[in-house]
Design a protein around this ligand. Structure first.
Ligand SMILES: [Zn+2]
Length: 145
């Protein structure tokens, strides 16, 4: 009889807490099944939507409380960098229109940027992260030097 008990205890119940897909982005708190969860639209200059420019600079995040939702929004505002968003628009345009023969003006138009914004976007990542300049069509078309 004791062997039956031993066998039962050899195999404790498997974890019944499913891997929570979401947690508060501010504090990492994973909401329980009865906890409130706040879905918040956070400004994020590092986020360009895959296809819809109207959704650029915004992403969804989860927060455990209204206070943390507010903090996430404020963090997004404080860390906003125009050039970063423009660089993301450039990346998207380079993916959507990968052909190599475009003028700078045409490429800027496809990216939804002015030529000046395109220029600033192309210069910005050089100081922050590797730029995939060789993937940007038309960049060499109007080389200044
Ligand atoms: Zn939180």
């Amino acid at each position: 009889m004791s062997s039956f008990d031993d066998a039962c205890h050899l195999h404790p119940d498997p974890p019944t807490t499913p891997e929570t897909a979401v947690s508060c982005e501010r504090c990492g708190y994973p909401p329980g099944p009865h906890d409130d969860l706040y879905v918040v639209m956070v400004p994020d200059s590092g986020h360009a939507h895959a296809t819809d420019p109207a959704q650029d600079g915004i992403r969804f995040a989860y927060a455990c409380t209204p206070a943390h939702a507010h903090e996430l929004i404020e963090l997004g505002r404080c860390s906003w960098i125009d050039e970063q968003l423009w660089a993301e628009k450039v990346r998207r345009a380079a993916v959507l229109w990968p052909c190599g023969r475009l003028t700078v003006e045409r490429f800027a138009q496809l990216a939804g940027l002015s030529p000046n914004q395109l220029s600033r976007a192309l210069r910005w990542p050089a100081h922050h992260e590797p730029v995939n300049a060789h993937h940007i069509p038309g960049q060499r078309a109007r080389s200044e030097r």
